[in-house]
Design a protein around this ligand. Structure first.
Ligand code: CTP
Length: 397
């Protein structure tokens, strides 16, 4: 594990964290920032971790022995504790002006942050916006807690989580991260857009949040994941391969290129139809002819194609059912007609808030029956689904 220690009074708590991790057999390599070195010495970190401590991006010896790229990749997890407001801002901005941020920018591994700062800094909209951005990139967080600040007489949110809490999250991460190890997953997400002419297209309201969260949750369990995404405003989740597509036909081709996989989850809102012809030039408004007629043809059904029996059929194929009425009946039927194993049925009627919203209410429909899940965040649905997948694939620990 790679531990980035940034500046903050809580930096001394890392020593306790490293000790606990070592006792558990988890090897810790540290990067200490210049600000961090004001609170804890490289000597104490290396004494307790039994490893040399890295600190300077431009150290020729370090770069020749082990560069920042290798440092950030030769690990299963990167933990930033304490994560100061400053390092969070630099991570959000993608800066690489010291070894810590260069490693964080170069890593393809999951990252867990343990923020620690004064409560005013924590509450500041800039910090909150940075956290939001980092969360969107799949970065995990533990804490902060509420309590007294280093500054006398001040209290609020901003105290770093206790070493025991951070330790627990790390151990849970390692437990989870093996459950889908060795399995390949394919996830579709977002809308597809179907061109009418060079400037116009048919689209839908899908934000891609559910599909992206599922891809991230499967990756967090160790799956080798490919995300095939239509146009969204979301950042690519870390630790997996994202293929960007626009149309349903492109999405199908990208999915087929990703085969064979063990598990496929089709969460994309694929356009059922596309304009029969895509005009080469912008269609002009010709008032004498009135509005042009738009003739539509059917798009390929990606879920049904992946579900069709054959040597490349994934062992588990999961679809969604977006319904505005008779949700349960329609979803049962959809599972059969598409030939998939499971369907997550959701209500997308106006007022349900599903499209673009944070939460979702789904029902899991399998060959055995149906199960209603409570209204929870899309993130929680993704984690619950990944958990179910792990149980079913027989790799549950
Ligand atoms: N789906 C797909 N390819 C399509 C259409 C849908 O892969 N061309 C997948 C979606 O990703 C989802 C499932 O099929 O997992 C059901 O999508 P939904 O929009 O609910 O159903 P449709 O197939 O479009 O049927 P209908 O519009 O009649 O409800």
């Amino acid at each position: 594990m790679l531990l980035v220690v940034s500046g903050g009074i809580a930096a001394y708590k890392c020593l306790e964290l490293i000790r606990r991790l070592n006792e558990q057999g988890i090897k810790v390599r540290c990067i200490l920032t210049t600000a961090g070195a004001r609170f804890v010495t490289p000597l104490s970190l290396s004494a307790i971790s039994g490893e040399r401590v890295f600190g300077d991006l431009f150290s020729l010896t370090d770069e020749s022995e082990i560069g920042h790229i290798r440092l950030s990749r030769d690990t299963d997890l990167v933990v930033v504790a304490p994560a100061s407001a400053d390092i969070l801002a630099r991570m959000a901005a993608g800066l690489a002006n010291d070894l810590a941020t260069a490693a964080l920018l170069a890593t393809d591994k999951p990252v867990l942050i343990a923020p620690a700062m004064n409560s005013r800094m924590w509450d500041h909209p800039a910090t909150q916006a940075n956290l939001c951005l980092l969360k969107g990139r799949g970065i995990m967080r533990v804490g902060p807690n509420q309590g007294e600040m280093a500054e006398r007489g001040e209290a609020g949110w901003g105290r770093m989580a206790e070493p025991a809490e951070i330790f627990q999250d790390i151990v849970a991460f390692f437990g989870r991260s093996n459950r889908l190890k060795g399995l390949r997953c394919l996830v579709t997400s977002g809308p597809t857009i179907e061109p009418i002419d060079p400037v116009r297209f048919l689209a839908n309201r899908s934000s891609g949040r559910q599909g992206h969260a599922i891809a991230a949750a499967l990756t967090a369990m160790g799956a080798d994941t490919t995300l095939v995404s239509g146009p969204t405003h979301l950042p690519d989740p870390t630790g997996l391969t994202t293929t960007h597509v626009e149309t349903a036909r492109e999405m199908l081709a990208a999915c087929q290129a990703a085969l064979p996989v063990d598990i496929a989850v089709c969460a994309a809102a694929v356009a059922d139809w596309r304009p029969a012809e895509e005009a080469d030039q912008k269609i002009k408004k010709q008032s004498s002819h009135g509005a042009p007629a738009l003739r539509l043809v059917e798009n390929p059904d990606i879920l049904a194609t992946l579900s069709a029996a054959g040597p490349k059929r994934p062992r588990l194929v999961i679809g969604f059912a977006a319904e505005t009425q008779a949700v349960e009946e329609n979803s049962f039927l959809k599972r059969q007609t598409k030939g998939c194993d499971w369907i997550l049925a959701n209500d997308v009627s106006a007022g349900s808030g599903t499209f673009g919203g944070d939460d979702n209410t789904v029902q899991l429909i399998t060959a055995e029956g149906s199960e209603r899940w409570p209204t929870i965040s899309k993130q929680a649905i993704a984690e619950r689904l990944a958990e179910r997948i792990a149980e079913t694939m027989g790799t549950a620990s």
